[in-house]
Every structure is written in C-alpha cells, then in structure tokens.
Ligand binder design. Structure first.
Ligand SMILES: Cc1cc2nc3c(=O)[nH]c(=O)nc-3n(C[C@H](O)[C@H](O)[C@H](O)COP(=O)(O)OP(=O)(O)OC[C@H]3O[C@@H](n4cnc5c(N)ncnc54)[C@H](O)[C@@H]3O)c2cc1C
Ligand SMILES: NC(=O)c1ccc[n+]([C@@H]2O[C@H](COP(=O)([O-])OP(=O)(O)OC[C@H]3O[C@@H](n4cnc5c(N)ncnc54)[C@H](O)[C@@H]3O)[C@@H](O)[C@H]2O)c1
Length: 474
C-alpha cells in the first residue's frame, strides 16, 4: 500500500548541498522533506572532502615540521599510519550519520530514508529503506541535490579487475604496497600524494599535464611536490589495457609499450551529475541536457517547480559552491512561494548564484597547496576581457619564516578596463588561507587603487599582495 505525504518542498539527496537547500526553505517559513538513499551528509562527509583532507593533513604537518631548522631535529619518526587512519575514521564519524540526522531534525526538516523518483509534476515516489512505498507531493518545489557519479574510462579490461574509485580510496583501512592512479585531476593528485606519504609506492598516470585547468607555474610546483613525496608522476601517459595479476594485484599496459604493476588501481577520471533513475523522463526532461538557471531553476518545466543544485546541477563540482547554490535556490523558492519577485537574470542578488561564473575559489590540498579563485588569463580573454597578468615567486619575510627554502608562486589577473582583479592564484605551503582575501577582492570588485590601502600584516605570507601590486605598477 502506498502512503501519502504532503509538504511545501521536497529535496532529493541529503548531501551537504541538499541539507543546505532544505535548511534554507525552512528558514524561509516553508516545510521540507529531505529524501536520502544512503548516508545523510553525502559524499563530502564520508568519501570525499573530509576523509581525503584527513589523509593528507598529517603528511603535510610532518613535512612542515621538517621544513624548519629547530623543529626538523625534533622529528625523528615517520607517520603513524594507524593513527592517521583512526583520525580519518573519526572525521567520517565511522561512516555513521546519526549526528547529521540529528542536525536535520533540529533544523525542522523531515527526513525520509529511501530512493526517490519523480512520478509526476511536483510529485515524488520513494522506495524507503524499510521497503515501504511513499508518494510525496510538494506544494511549491522539488529540488534535485543528488550529487554526481564517477565516470570510469573506457579502458579494456577494467571491468575484469577489482579497482578502487575515490570512495574506496578515501575509506580504505589498509595502505597498499603499490598503488597506480589513473587521472591527473584534483582527486588523483591529492590521493596520490596522501598514499605516497602513507607508505605506498605510487605511480600516477595523467593523459595530459596534471591539473590542466590551473596556471602552469602553479601546477608545476604541485607536480614537484608529488615527486618529492616519492610519486612516480607520468604525464602525457595513458593506459592501453589492464588485467588482474597472478599475485592478486593489477597489471597495466601503457600506450607507449611500457607496463606498470600494482597491488591496487585507483581510477579517478572525473564525475558527472547523478540524474539517472530519477524519473526525469516522467516529467518530459532529458537528464543529458538539463539546463539550470542562476537561481537553480530547471528550464522547460511548466510552473517552474523543479530545481537542481550542487553536483547534480553540473556547474561547479565543489561542496562550498554547491552549498551556495543551495542557499540561493532555497531563498528563491521561499520568495517565489510568498509571491515575491526573485528574477534569475539579475546578477549578485540573494536569489542568484552569480559567483559560480566569476569567483569560484578552489584549493588543491597537496603539499604545496594550490589555491585559485576567478579566471585564468586564458579564461578571461575567452570571455572578451582586456586583461593583464602579474606574477612572481612568493619570497617575503613571512614565507621565509614559514619554511626554510620556501618555494611559492603568485599571480593576479587584472581587468584593465575596470582596474579590478578577475583572477588570483597562489601555490606554496600554507597558501590556502590566503585565498579568501582574493575572493573578497574579486566579488567586491575592489579597485586596485583602493586595494593598495589593504596593508598586509608583517611578517605574513600575505605580504605577497604588496609585492604583486608593486610589480603591477602601484
Ligand atoms: C575525492 C574527492 C575529494 C573532494 N574534495 C573536495 C574538497 O576538498 N572540497 C570541495 O569543495 N569539494 C570536494 N570534492 C567535491 C565534493 O565532494 C562534491 O562537490 C560534493 O560532495 C557535492 O555535494 P552534493 O550534496 O551535491 O552531492 P553528494 O554529496 O553526492 O550528495 C548527494 C546525495 O544524494 C543521494 N541521492 C542521490 N540520488 C538519490 C535518490 N534518487 N534518492 C535519494 N537520495 C539520493 C546520495 O545518496 C547522496 O547522499 C571532492 C570530491 C571527491 C570525489
Ligand atoms: N580539493 C578539492 O576541492 C577537490 C578534491 C577532489 C575533487 N574535487 C572535485 O571533484 C570533482 C571530481 O574530481 P576528479 O579529480 O575525479 O575529476 P577531474 O575532472 O578534476 O579530473 C579528472 C581527470 O581525469 C582525466 N581523465 C578523464 N578521462 C580520462 C581517461 N579516459 N583516461 C585518462 N584520464 C582521464 C582528466 O583529464 C582529468 O585530469 C572535480 O570537479 C573536482 O574539482 C575537488
């Protein structure tokens, strides 16, 4: 028998993004049901951001202690692998979502556990985890916050071997002796370095350069950091086939004729929005061509009741940006339900995720870190902007104090017609905490002549801002 429920807004997917969307509509005075098929908290909490950073941080902390004379002499041991894994396990709450489910309840959101599918406009059927069938109807909106799924490469033999995706790599309880990683994107480089520092002999295969979308001097520093950690980095290298080896591991033939043997294979070759088996066809939509506007609303839906946010929307696959989309969509839903105008076309309103286009910050948490916000020179020129580029090595009193032989690089991209920043990149130890200043300068469109008055404290790495502005000509 089908049970029925009614609410104002149904949110499908209780990852970080779905949680925020539901929270926002409840804060806006509406009721919300949040449907989750797996763990409340989603990928970021249990198999992505949190565990991957927990695996990286101890290696970075140890390397930073070794980079300073005085503390270097005090470091006599190696990483304690068991303690690293225990700390990672505690960051994922041992893959138990009770804490997050409590947060959902405290936020006034109703949680339904099960797999949700659209069955009609504003209507969702849920096969619950305890095998009931629910039909939920929404008075105002349905929000897709279903995340993304990995896209494995069409590699001959891959379906015959037992390989890791990022889920297995972030939740593993043992460190493989030899690990081969396919994919030179952010997941690939972060996990390659984490495992190398935890004791694996790691080979990283990238079909092009590492971290292709970042400025070359910055990604070169990360590549050197990986090599310093012992990773065998092979750029412009693709596997031709893989098969199981007699010792229980894997054997890869590379396109150049070489081969690599390993105990484990990690495939991290990207992700795509998780829109399959959601019933989109039931409401006349093709999951392959979903168009989502700046307020999260899906195009071509009568009455505008369908929204998509976070990885599911496919715009920017980052937790913080997805949560921002969730806040803007949640506010837009609440405003529209109250009959207020919430146009998606006006930039920088609380109903539009404008920063998705101009000011996305991202940190690659390797050692050294790579932190970038906004556009590269190439992206800005492709957008028709008249930009200049100023770059230099990070060499200020703060960086010298931070680490002996500190090596870093910084770049700013300036829109010359408006004399404002449109892109900033830092690479080097400890630069991730410099990034938010750049994000504020870009979002605030702070004129360079005013930025000149933002004096960095002495002696911090932030003094690189002063050097950049001086080199620019101020
Ligand atoms: C290894 C790795 C490391 C990363 N590190 C970072 C990082 O450091 N910083 C960062 O910003 N981003 C990072 N990311 C990206 C980040 O994990 C994602 O952008 C983020 O998790 C997306 O959140 P989401 O809520 O949109 O999706 P998800 O977290 O995937 O949540 C979607 C939820 O929907 C549920 N669901 C799907 N379909 C249904 C259905 N039909 N019915 C019910 N429930 C359903 C799923 O079970 C899931 O819980 C990383 C990604 C990876 C792979
Ligand atoms: N620190 C962070 O913020 C962080 C960390 C990890 C992941 N993420 C995000 O999660 C998403 C997924 O990360 P990801 O690293 O899996 O994806 P990605 O898209 O960043 O990188 C995928 C890599 O795999 C390569 N690739 C794709 N198909 C291939 C093939 N057939 N053969 C060989 N190589 C192939 C691509 O060239 C690319 O280098 C990204 O959007 C990323 O930004 C963020």
């Amino acid at each position: 028998m089908t049970e029925t429920l009614q609410t104002d807004v149904i949110v499908i997917g209780a990852g970080a993004v779905g949680e925020n969307a539901a929270d926002r509509v409840v804060r806006g005075g509406l009721s919300a049901i949040l449907v989750e098929a797996d763990l409340v908290g989603g990928e970021c909490s249990y198999w992505a951001c949190m565990p991957s950073k927990a695996l990286l941080r101890p290696g970075t902390a140890l390397a930073e202690a070794r980079a300073v004379a005085g503390s270097r002499e005090a470091v006599t041991g190696a990483l304690d692998t068991g303690a690293v894994l225990d700390r990672r396990n505690s960051f994922t709450s041992q893959w138990d979502d009770a804490g997050q489910a409590d947060w959902v309840a405290d936020a006034g959101i109703e949680l339904v556990r099960g797999w949700a599918r659209l069955s009609a406009p504003r209507e969702v059927d849920v096969r619950t985890t305890d095998s009931r069938t629910l039909r939920i109807s929404a008075r105002h909106a349905v929000v897709l916050a279903t995340g993304s799924t990995p896209t494995p490469p069409p590699l001959p033999g891959l379906d015959t071997v037992d390989y890791w995706g990022t889920r297995e790599a972030t939740s593993a309880q043992e460190i493989p002796g030899r690990l081969v990683v396919i994919g030179g994107g952010v997941s690939g480089v972060e996990l390659a370095q984490a495992y190398a520092r935890l004791g694996s002999a790691v080979t990283l295969l990238a079909r092009g350069p590492l971290l292709k979308s970042f400025p070359e001097p910055a990604r070169n520093l990360v590549e050197q950091g990986l090599k310093n950690a012992g990773v065998d980095v092979r750029t412009n290298t693709s596997p031709a086939s893989v098969r199981g080896a007699d010792d229980g591991g894997v054997h890869l033939e590379l396109e150049g004729g070489e081969s690599v043997a390993a105990d484990k294979l990690l495939v991290s070759t990207g992700r795509r929005p998780a829109l399959a088996d959601l019933g989109l066809d039931e409401v006349g939509l093709d999951p392959r061509t979903l168009e989502v506007d700046d307020s999260g609303q899906v195009a071509g839906v009568d009455g505008g009741w369908l929204y998509a946010v976070g990885d599911a929307a496919g715009k920017v696959l980052l937790t913080h940006q997805g949560k921002y989309e969730a806040r803007t969509a949640g506010d837009a839903i609440a405003a529209r339900a109250a009959g207020k105008p919430a146009p998606a076309s006006a930039a920088w309103t609380r109903y539009t995720a404008t920063a998705d286009k101009y000011a996305v910050p991202q940190v690659v948490f390797t050692d050294p870190e790579l932190a970038m916000v906004g556009r590269t020179v190439e992206q800005a020129r492709a957008d028709g902007l008249n930009v200049s580029e100023t770059s230099l090595d990070i060499a200020v009193a703060g960086s010298a104090l931070y680490a002996d032989d500190y090596t870093g690089w910084a770049q700013m991209v300036v829109d010359e017609d408006r004399r404002v920043l449109v892109g900033v990149t830092f690479a080097g130890p400890g630069v991730s905490e410099l990034l938010h200043a750049a994000t504020i300068a870009i979002v605030g469109e702070v004129p360079l002549d005013r930025l000149w008055h933002a004096v960095p404290a002495y002696p911090t790495i932030s003094e690189v801002w002063l050097r950049l502005l001086e080199k620019y000509g101020l």
